[in-house]
Design a protein around this ligand. Structure first.
Ligand SMILES: [Zn+2]
Length: 148
């Protein structure tokens, strides 16, 4: 298992926790260069009735105040949406590990074109976990990505 795959495992664990809570299974985790976990979180739209609680924003909040994000790695089970891509750019993350971008591409190409390194692991556990949820709850998924 590569270092990035080990990091993704922490985000998948968060996604599974979200699913167990009755929420959308998307998880994220922030690591430093040495592989130390700084913060983790998962989408809590359903649990908290909070449309701004995406996996990435939840991990970002749980990481607390950081002096710099340039050497931190954002790891997420799904390609970050535009909102979270904005967060990644705003705070200067330079590396984003993506579990999969088949289900949703979000701002991946935009991030790449702005010099952010995207490591797309194309992980089938991530594809299946979210795909099964979307088939069961298409309306919640559409709500999450801002589509009608
Ligand atoms: Zn997002």
């Amino acid at each position: 298992m590569s270092e990035y795959e080990a990091m993704l495992a922490a985000a998948i664990k968060e996604a599974r926790q979200g699913l167990a809570e009755g929420g959308i299974p998307i998880g994220a985790a922030i690591f430093d260069q040495s592989g130390k976990l700084i913060g983790a979180g998962h989408n809590r739209r359903v649990q908290h009735g909070d449309p701004s609680a995406h996996g990435e924003t939840d991990a970002f909040r749980n990481a607390g105040r950081q002096r710099s994000y340039r050497n931190l790695i954002m790891v997420t089970t799904l390609a970050p949406c535009w909102y979270c891509s904005g967060l990644i750019r705003q705070f200067g993350f330079r590396t984003v590990v993506v579990g999969e971008s088949r289900t949703f591409q979000g701002g991946v190409e935009w991030l790449r074109s702005n010099g952010v390194e995207i490591v797309d692991l194309d992980n089938m556990d991530c594809v299946t976990l979210l795909g099964d949820y979307i088939r069961a709850h298409p309306e919640i998924w559409n709500e999450d990505i801002g589509e009608e």
